[in-house]
Design a protein around this ligand. Structure first.
Ligand SMILES: [Zn+2]
Length: 164
């Protein structure tokens, strides 16, 4: 695949890789496609993708270039309200990958955004004993800056959730 004719595969990729050069290997992919997501996060805004196809309109997360429900490529960015409900969680006591090793224990969670999508994230500012399924949460952006923060890059921020 690598080095293949650009024109032949262009319809699928649609420029998704053009900003790839120079991105560190230890960070999640921040390419031309996901850049708006991380730019918004750095500004304290959570984006989801919403399908614009007639009769669908489903929002999804993580960001994809097509609608996971109807496969339409007519999908656009939308700012989420930042409200969510706790779906499930797990307390992580050990993670050898930096920077997580210095942060254990932490609460890895799956939350249901008010817009519908289910999202993997982390719960902060809440003792484990107070976690309840369905509890209301609100998004909070943790500033990056740590080495290999896994936050989408320099000066970025990652969305985490805390009790509403
Ligand atoms: Zn759709």
């Amino acid at each position: 695949m690598k080095g293949g004719a650009v024109g032949a595969e262009g319809a699928l990729g649609a420029g998704a890789r053009v900003a790839r050069g120079g991105v560190r290997g230890d960070l999640p992919e921040v390419d031309a496609f996901t850049r708006p997501y991380w730019d918004a996060a750095a500004e304290g805004r959570l984006l989801v993708r919403r399908c614009r196809a007639e009769g669908c309109g489903v929002a999804h997360h993580y960001p994809r270039e097509f609608c996971p429900r109807c496969w339409s490529e007519d999908v656009g960015w939308e700012q989420a309200g930042g409200r969510a409900a706790l779906y499930t969680w797990s307390v992580v006591h050990r993670n050898d990958l930096p920077p997580f090793g210095g942060r254990v224990p932490y609460i890895a969670a799956v939350v249901d955004l008010a817009e519908g999508p289910r999202m993997m994230t982390e719960i902060v500012d809440c003792p484990e004993s107070e976690l309840r399924i369905g509890m209301p949460l609100v998004v909070h952006f943790r500033r990056g800056g740590g080495e290999g923060e896994g936050d989408g890059g320099e000066g970025g921020a990652i969305p985490v959730f805390r009790p509403a």
